[in-house]
Design a protein around this ligand. Sequence first.
Ligand code: NI
Length: 135
Amino acid sequence: MRIGVSLPDNLLNKFDKIIVERGYSSRSEGIRDSIRSYINYYEWMKEIQGPRVATITLVYDHHKRGLSTTMEEIQHNHTDIIKSSLHIHLDHDNCLEVIVLEGDGEDIKELAESLLSLNGVKFSKLTTVPPVSKI
Ligand code: NI
């Protein structure tokens, strides 16, 4: 199937640069690969169940209107699973935040999804580890 997609210039420029660096034969092949990775990631997310220890790493633009407040509110609503967090002001615009969690996989996922999908979040990564007794 053929689809049409609108993308901001800078996103497409970065994507094209990576495609060249990685030796893809076409932009379409790169897009197919990206969609597969996206699907794999969310399928992996679906399998996070039971007791877990996890980290969420985020880089975001703190100038984005309302973003810092929303992030704070979300975290205040999940104090039952948030064990610790680290915040570093990377430069004039960007902040790095690492949140350490312990709790049920479903709750961790729900929290991660709500943070990862916020507008203004430039990088995000969820890592989970089974409980120490099961390693
Ligand atoms: Ni900051």
